[in-house]
Design a protein around this ligand. Structure first.
Ligand code: PLP
Length: 395
């Protein structure tokens, strides 16, 4: 059994735990900050309004822009990522689209790693061409291929590890190559969370999250966020955020603040339980291979200080995939991940989604690939469920 426990540096989790559990004292002493469920904020005078509009003072004006509950979530993520600023959105896709459109325009080109999150890929294929933006896909694990694609691009889009097959990229090297050519780098960091990968400390400019996954952690919220330098976030604020209008609601920001307090505890459990299950799957005769970054020798692993609970594996020919999925009792069949509950997604089903624009089929993901999210249920119960389902699905 591989021992990855040394990776779980007590410092990484402990510092984050204090940051996330501790709220600044508020008047009256509530231990949890209030929800500012208001659409607008009024001014005491003409001068206050005029000064605020002129940018001489900052106060929330209207909740499509600033809202104190949302700003609290933004400042926590900025602190965790080591970023100067962050902007929250009503979904991860809201953050991804507003970020790309703030940095790439008509007649320009971006480079993206293949196997990006499915809806990001569909955004690149279905909308960006209509706006005159070209996207070139590269195998992000091959730094030379990325180097060859970079000249002339405006943006490099990474996801380490990437969706479904969890290929790694050497983000520090790729960000350095991009920066040398004045190209902005963005990364989708939803898988690792800022606890297990801090891309800004490795030279990446912009960090994106689907907060619907681990940051919220309870499968009850859809949200997103982008973190980066004050200058880059100011550009998003000036060009896209207020006008595309995908703002986060105060209540959902409050749910995210609640979820964040237990992020270090949850991730420690997801990591341990997923590694235990991945290790047993590797030894199971009905499993061909396990795609979990822990088993990779790629240098892209170096920026991960821990592993979350999402990975995939390929079943042997002898396993009937639909029968295996239907035999599972604890793993529920569904998209998304990062919550309390264990989930399964068979590539065989997701390959049916939008066959015209499907990164998985286009870039050769085997239909025998099964993605698991390991929730917080008992590891032994989850393992028993997987083995009974594999037994029943043998042809
Ligand atoms: C879910 C997901 C997204 C999109 O986020 P939404 O909150 O669903 O809009 C982006 N990237 C990854 C890796 C995801 O899993």
């Amino acid at each position: 059994m591989n021992d990855h426990s040394s990776l779980l540096s007590p410092d990484t989790l402990a510092q984050a735990a204090t940051l996330l559990a501790h709220d600044e004292p508020l008047p009256g002493g509530p231990v949890v900050p209030p929800i500012y469920q208001t659409s607008l904020f009024t001014f005491a005078s003409f001068a206050e309004m005029a000064d605020t509009f002129a940018g001489r003072r900052r106060q929330p004006i209207y909740s499509r822009g600033d809202n104190p509950t949302v700003m609290e979530f933004e400042s926590r993520i900025a602190a965790l990522e080591g970023a100067e600023a962050a902007r929250a959105f009503s979904s991860g896709m809201g953050a991804i689209s507003a970020t790309i459109l703030a940095f790439v325009g008509a007649g320009e080109r971006m480079v993206a790693v293949r196997h990006v999150y499915g809806d990001a890929y569909r955004l690149f294929e279905r909308l960006l061409p209509h706006l005159g933006i070209t996207v070139d896909y590269v195998d992000g694990s091959d730094a030379a291929a990325v180097a060859a694609a970079l000249p002339g691009a405006r943006l490099l889009y990474l996801e380490n590890p990437c969706s479904m097959i969890f290929e790694l990229q050497e983000i520090a090297l790729l960000a350095r190559m991009a920066r040398a050519q004045g190209i902005v780098t963005a990364i989708d960091n939803s898988w690792a969370t800022p606890l297990f990968q801090k891309p800004i400390t490795h030279g990446v400019d912009l960090v994106l999250h689907s907060a619907s996954k681990y940051l919220g952690g309870h499968s009850d919220t859809v949200a997103g966020i982008v973190a980066g330098s004050a200058e880059h976030i100011a550009r998003i604020n000036a060009r896209t955020f207020p006008y595309l209008g995908a703002k986060l609601s105060p209540f959902e920001a409050w749910l995210l603040l609640r979820g964040l307090r237990t992020l270090p505890l949850r991730l420690a459990h997801h990591m341990k339980s997923a590694l235990a299950i991945a290790e047993r799957l590797r030894g199971h005769p009905a499993v061909e291979r396990v795609m979990h970054p822990a088993y990779s020798n790629h240098p892209g692993k170096a920026t991960l200080t821990g592993f979350s609970g999402l990975f995939s594996f390929e079943v042997a020919e002898a396993i009937d995939v639909p029968a295996f999925i239907d035999a599972l009792r604890l793993f529920r069949i569904g998209v998304s991940w990062g919550g309390h509950e264990s989930l399964v997604v068979p590539a065989l089903a997701s390959l049916q989604q939008t066959p015209d624009v499907n990164s998985f089929s286009r870039f050769g993901v085997s239909p025998r690939t099964i993605r698991l999210h390991i929730g917080v249920e008992d590891t032994e119960d989850l393992w028993a469920d997987l083995t009974q389902a594999l037994d029943r699905a043998r042809r």
